[in-house]
Design a protein around this ligand. Structure first.
Ligand code: NAD
Length: 302
């Protein structure tokens, strides 16, 4: 069973993809019971006639018992300037959710989607005591999709011509688009763009969410599809490589922090953090990004 805690815009979009693709049974949990029931009553009509699975909504966390995967997409408020705006209330929320997941489904794989993403991934793992490989923060793959889209727009080429467009580090202003690894039709992107052009793309990736908010209240479908891809890989026991936030223990020279790094998953969850070679500037930017997340974590701990 796939359980989704928080059935707002993002949680319900993830549930819609899981149910309409007949992936597994889905449980929607919301602190507002009516919202969970309402979304599940709507989404249930999207389940294919051939599917044996169902969807239910509740505010009762004890129903988590049979969860193989739990997605956390709950939110206590909407930020407008920075993803860390509601950090303290979000940390309190994730600690409470961690305690419940630990009680009702201690063997589950947890996908954290709520913001501030890296800080919450860190606090969930510490609070639950789960293996760091069972707690995966989903955001860098969304940032990477945005990076890929902006490169394709700049070069007027299809998305499909671009490989290895990765964004690592914080899901926030200090995120690091990795230009040195991107390949366009087999050729390195680095030789196709000058430093100014790279800087424009970097800023657009970082500010994509702000640009989007000029046109709609906030993002929903991009993160839903990126999260669904991870759920699908786990349920169907497929291997998948993508960037995600995970608590680090020496990888990329960082410890006691969660941030976006390239990972590999299979049916059991994450099984490898890939160590890829970065250029000098990217290495420095990644260390700075880690420092920023650590400062946020320490500001709450002290
Ligand atoms: N990782 C990413 O790349 C990414 C992208 C988009 C949004 N987000 C984040 O996802 C989260 C959800 O966004 P949204 O737009 O769906 O928000 P939303 O306000 O539409 O929905 C959040 C829901 O969570 C519920 N909720 C709050 N506390 C809860 C609790 N303790 N238990 C159960 N339910 C609870 C609320 O009642 C609300 O219905 C936010 O933190 C947002 O910043 C992350």
């Amino acid at each position: 069973m796939i359980s989704i805690i928080g059935s707002g815009r993002v949680g319900s979009s993830i549930a819609f993809l899981c149910a309409s693709n007949a992936l597994d049974d889905v449980l929607l949990i919301n602190r507002n019971k009516d919202k969970a029931i309402g979304e599940s009553l709507d989404i249930t009509n999207a389940i294919p006639q051939t599917s044996e699975f169902s969807i239910h909504g509740t505010d009762d966390f004890s129903k988590l018992t049979d969860s193989d995967i739990v997605v956390i997409a709950a939110s206590t408020g909407i930020y407008s300037k920075d993803r860390s705006e509601n950090m303290v209330s979000q940390i309190n929320m994730i600690k409470d959710i961690a305690e419940k997941i630990k009680r009702y489904c201690p063997s589950t794989v947890v996908l954290v989607v709520s913001n501030p993403l890296d800080v919450l991934t860190y606090f969930f793992q510490k609070e639950s005591g789960f293996s760091r490989f069972k707690v995966i923060g989903i955001a860098s793959s969304l940032d990477s999709s945005r990076f890929r889209y902006l490169i394709s727009e700049k070069l007027s080429i299809p998305n499909s011509s671009i490989l290895d467009a990765l964004v690592l580090g914080e899901h926030g202003d200090s995120m690091v688009p990795i230009f040195s690894k991107v390949r366009v039709n087999g050729t390195s992107l680095s030789s196709m763009l000058d430093d100014d052009e790279k800087s424009v793309i970097s800023n657009k990736v970082k500010n994509y969410w702000l640009e989007l908010r000029k046109f709609k209240s906030r993002s929903q479908f991009g993160i839903a599809k990126n999260t669904f891809d991870v759920i699908e890989a786990i349920v169907n026991k497929k291997e998948l490589s993508f960037p995600a936030s995970v608590v680090l223990d020496g990888e990329y020279g960082q410890s006691n922090v969660a941030m976006g790094v390239p990972v590999r998953i299979n049916g059991h969850g994450l099984f490898e953090i890939e160590q890829i070679e970065l250029d000098e500037s990217e290495t420095e930017q990644l260390a700075n990004s880690s420092k920023k997340i650590q400062n946020q974590i320490n500001s709450v701990l002290s």
